[in-house]
Design a protein around this ligand. Structure first.
Ligand SMILES: [Ca+2]
Length: 367
């Protein structure tokens, strides 16, 4: 069968020939990109492996324990060679403050670190009603292990007052703030005492997602959604923020096989971690129908101890506070649309096996 070519005017033929010649010249001047280079060009700022960070950091850890907080805190409290934990400050979040502050003191007992003071912060978000995650963590916030009445007291000072006074007395860029829950306490401190900013080396938070969706709404992650105004204040503070995103944390999946070495450690901390992990697996099975689940907060401590386990990019991040369906979403500008200096090191990839090896090493050091 012969094909009939469409009849083109002389003018169209000349234009078409010129365009084709120009295309050939362009193709000769620029070799075709590889599929990976093309994908990267479309994605924007690439995530690169983070460099190791030797030495010891002074940290204040704000936390809302919470099962994954407990494992993160154990991991941090074991790292006496790398982290000088000035205090735990406690936020409302997974559970009400009266529960989270008790849990923080209980985890301190498990790590045998009575030297670390615990301060309670605000009992509610900056402007919203509190929301909780007791369907995930259980009514105690610590479903799984055998619980006890904490041995040490709560400090009488308010957490925000403690943060402000400590940072005012600290050397420039000397203290890292670590946020494992909603960022109410850090935001309140930054708002009421902006003069503390120079003393902060970095604010590292377990917050946000870009591309993998939320875990409390289809769009938002719990810590941001619980107090989006606070998260917005922290990201806009001008202090360098490092965000351990769900994009990275959801790669660090817990499976039944990964629990076995913790139960086999023979120390109490290994048993506590295995008991919490078992409870998380049971939740995963109820929620998703498979015994698998992400663990979030310990990824932040892994970043502090071994940043080379992660990949990230310096980008501009905003927090949605007014969305109809998207309140609490972190909007990550990978392609520089905002034309602003990046405010965040956004961590989006993790070495899962490396993470679990580090967690095992730390938990094995505890009683
Ligand atoms: Ca938490």
């Amino acid at each position: 069968m012969t094909k009939t070519l469409p009849r083109l005017s002389r003018r169209a033929l000349v234009a078409s020939a010129a365009a084709s010649l120009a295309g050939m010249a362009f193709a000769q001047a620029t070799p075709a990109p590889t599929a990976a280079a093309l994908a990267q060009a479309l994605a924007g700022t690439p995530a690169t492996q983070l460099p190791p960070a030797p030495g010891k950091r002074q940290v204040i850890i704000d936390t809302d324990p919470g099962q994954d907080d407990a494992i993160a805190l154990l991991m941090a409290m074991a790292a006496t060679d790398r982290l000088d934990i000035k205090a735990l400050t406690v936020s409302v979040g997974n559970l009400p403050l009266t529960v989270t502050e008790k849990n923080a003191r209980m985890v301190r007992d498990w790590a045998n670190r009575p030297d670390i003071p615990v301060y309670a912060g605000y009992p509610r978000p900056l402007v919203r009603e509190p929301i909780f995650a007791d369907d995930v963590h259980g009514k105690t916030g610590m479903e799984g292990p055998t619980l006890h009445t904490p041995r040490g007291p709560l400090m009488p000072t308010h957490a925000v007052q403690y943060i402000i006074e400590t940072l005012r007395a600290a050397a420039p860029k000397s203290i890292t703030l670590v946020g494992l829950g909603p960022l109410t306490n850090f935001a309140a401190a930054l708002n009421s005492a902006p003069d503390i900013k120079p003393a902060i080396a970095e604010i590292v938070v377990m917050d946000g997602s870009w591309g993998v969706g939320g875990n409390i709404t289809p769009a938002a992650t719990f810590n941001v959604y619980a107090d989006p105004e606070a998260a917005s204040i922290v990201f806009r503070s001008g202090v360098p923020v490092t965000a351990m995103s769900h994009d990275a944390a959801r790669r660090v999946l817990l499976t039944p096989e990964r629990i076995v070495p913790f139960r086999a450690m023979g120390n109490n901390a290994g048993k506590v971690v295995a008991d919490i992990f078992d409870s998380m697996m049971a939740y995963g099975l109820r929620r998703r129908g498979v015994a698998v689940g992400p663990i979030y907060d310990p990824c932040v401590i892994a970043y502090l101890l071994q940043p080379e386990l992660f990949k990230g990019a310096r980008v501009s991040v905003d927090v949605e506070t007014k969305g109809e369906f998207t309140t609490g979403v972190t909007v990550v500008d990978f392609r520089g649309y905002n034309r602003r200096t990046p405010n965040t090191l956004w961590i989006s990839e993790a070495d899962t096996e490396g993470f679990y090896a580090l967690l095992r090493t730390q938990i094995a050091r505890l009683p």
